[in-house]
Design a protein around this ligand. Structure first.
Ligand code: ADP
Length: 267
């Protein structure tokens, strides 16, 4: 639908996710309200078990909230049928995981065009070449993942995530398996995608929104590449920090993990 762009790339309203029932129920998310503008880079941090993975899964339509609503690019995905949701994920979302998740039997180029193929579209060779150039892998198109370094494999994953010009790219610990220098290269590519990626569709106001990135990380240096860091504790967003330095972000994390820092979360 050309010309029909939402003001928000991501919207969560009153999102709860409970695992199990009764006395043994785990409340992984306890009412998340969040709106993210197109062209923003958001990092999500929090202690282990605070709900980061559940948040990402619910926001990306990989899991369904127990209650609450999720909208992506203005489309409500809560209650959407699984096949429609799968189609939306393939065409309008990109994913980058810690373990790269490339298919070993396919070449770099074939891995990158996979989302297009799965969505039933003809692979767009020009677009593929463009994203491979964007991540600095033009000369590796015919290689297989095993012939590449970890950092190069993650670049392939980023190219694959960007190839369809998605509304939102969800990244789950994308630098978790990489050394510091390589991690910085990967994060600068995500930053660049937010700052420069022209969107396939234009807004009703004629602008060209950029990619929107939501990244879960436990690394303050990685989170510092984001515009805003959200801090989760016990399934709630308890704090945020805009344009924080790694040291400032690390301090907030320390405060979060300190005993009794958020007694209200236990209520
Ligand atoms: P994080 O990613 O911050 O470590 P998670 O979202 O994985 O946190 O988990 C949040 C809470 O939900 C934890 O208490 C975890 O044990 C629980 N949890 C996560 N997934 C499941 C599941 N499939 N079944 C039961 N409990 C779960």
């Amino acid at each position: 639908m050309a010309g029909d762009r939402a003001d928000w790339a991501v919207e969560l309203h009153g999102v709860h996710r409970r695992y199990g029932r009764g006395r043994t129920a785990v409340h992984a998310l306890r009412g998340i309200d969040l709106t993210l503008r197109p062209g923003t880079f958001t990092a999500v941090m929090g202690p282990s078990g605070s709900g980061k993975s559940t948040f990402l899964q619910c926001a990306a339509g990989l899991d369904r909230p127990t209650t609450g609503t999720v909208r992506l690019g203005g489309t409500e995905i809560t209650g959407m049928k699984e096949n429609k949701l799968t189609a939306l994920r393939r065409t309008r979302l990109g994913f980058v995981f810690q373990a790269f998740n490339l298919l070993p039997s396919l070449t770099v180029e074939q891995n990158v065009v996979l989302p297009m193929r799965l969505a039933g579209h003809r692979p767009d060779r020009r677009r593929t070449a463009e994203v491979l150039a964007q991540v600095g892998l033009s000369d590796k198109a015919r290689r297989r993942p095993a012939q590449l370094s970890g950092g190069q494999q993650q670049r392939v994953a980023i190219a694959r995530a960007l190839v369809t010009r998605p509304d939102v790219v969800f990244a789950d610990e994308p630098t978790g398996a990489l050394d510091t220098t390589t991690a910085a290269e990967i994060l600068s590519l995500l930053r660049q995608a937010v700052d420069t990626l022209p969107h396939a569709r234009t807004t009703s106001r004629g602008g060209t929104p950029m990619a929107t990135v939501v990244m879960v990380t436990h690394d303050p240096s990685a989170a510092a590449w984001a515009d805003r860091v959200l801090f989760l504790a016990d399934g709630e967003i308890v704090d945020h920090l805009d344009r924080g330095t790694p040291a400032q972000i690390a301090d907030r994390m320390t405060a979060l993990t300190a005993p009794h820092a958020f007694t209200q979360a236990a209520a």
